[in-house]
Write a protein that binds this ligand. Structure first.
Ligand code: B12
Ligand code: SF4
Ligand code: SF4
Length: 230
């Protein structure tokens, strides 16, 4: 009934990294009673990300992979919810990839996986606005579970390690990235124009998954590229 058991279960099931944090100051009122967060980071197929073309953009395989990994994350986070409930705790999973548009189209999820991920020590927010890790760069997708289970928190990451690099900013075909260096609390709009990114995907890659993917900013990042034998 502890954090170690949960982490082992998740790593055995395929998670690359697991992080634990408290989100009390960041969650809306409705989730204050389940304000501990568990982040699961799943590595993407390095080959599939490498095949994204810096000019022509994503492949059909990448779109399929995106859906497969989203489904996998939803399964894993549901498994954790089930386990936590068996242990007597409340728990819910944030959907892997779902925008909530109740208050108009503002490109937001129910809660931000990237926020829980920096709080749980998984990585930092790059100039791409993506969560970047030392080990695997941004080639990860994320899941979050909210719970009232108590555990020790991992050390939050509060600093960008992008340094002088701006490869993603220079490579974004839409010009959506602004080059800002992240610090916790920096508004998304200082880093990226989400509408420009989304419109680019919809207009240029409609033939691939109705324009839901691009991923050039994931592919070009030099971080984590050395992890595999090539
Ligand atoms: C809506 C959405 C989009 C929108 C808006 C993008 C955006 N940046 O907000 C559009 C359609 C444009 C989009 C595009 C993409 N998306 Co998208 N998207 C989402 C979704 C569903 C919600 C994001 C959201 O709420 N954004 C609101 C902003 C404010 O939050 P944010 O993006 O997390 O960034 C802020 C916070 O993290 C905050 N923060 C971080 N740490 C801390 C700490 C403190 C103390 C505070 C106060 C704040 C804070 O700082 C960031 C900047 O303000 C998430 C899933 C989810 N629920 O998180 C996936 C998600 C962000 N998308 C993802 C991906 C991969 C993509 C794409 C590459 C598309 C693709 N798959 O090919 C592009 C990349 C665009 C980019 N460079 O950001 C992944 C990111 C993985 C990663 N390594 O970061 C996610 C997490 C899905 C997943 N399950 O993994 N996406
Ligand atoms: S997903 Fe594509 S369009 Fe959006 S920020 Fe990344 S490189 Fe730019
Ligand atoms: S490409 Fe460079 S600037 Fe962009 S996220 Fe990766 S390390 Fe940071």
């Amino acid at each position: 009934m502890d954090k170690q058991q949960l982490t082992k279960m998740l790593l055995d099931l395929g998670a690359a990294k697991v992080g634990y944090c408290n989100l009390k100051d960041l969650l809306p009122q409705q989730f204050q009673h389940i304000n501990n967060g568990i982040t699961i980071a799943i590595r993407l197929s390095d080959q599939v990300i490498s095949d994204i073309h810096p000019q022509n953009g994503p492949t059909h395989t990448y779109f399929h992979h995106y859906r497969t990994v989203n489904a996998f994350i939803d399964q894993l986070t549901f498994k954790v919810v089930t386990q936590l409930q068996q242990w007597g705790y409340l728990a819910m999973a944030i959907p892997a990839s779902q925008s909530i548009n109740n208050e108009g189209w503002n490109y937001r999820g129910l809660f931000q996986h990237r926020t829980a991920a920096t709080r749980g020590g998984i990585g930092w927010i790059g100039k791409s606005c993506c969560l970047v890790t030392e080990e695997f760069g941004p080639r990860l997708r994320l899941g979050t579970i909210l719970t009232n289970m108590d555990f020790d928190y991992d050390e939050p990451i509060n600093e960008s390690l992008c340094g002088e690099c701006s490869v993603c900013v220079d490579s974004c075909p839409a010009g959506a990235l602004k080059g800002a260096v992240w610090t916790p609390g920096l508004e998304r709009e200082e880093i990226i124009n989400p509408e420009v990114c989304s419109n680019h995907m919809k207009s240029q890659y409609k033939h691939i998954g109705r324009g839901a993917v691009c991923g050039i900013c994931l592919k070009v990042c030099p971080k984590g590229k050395e992890v595999l034998k090539r």
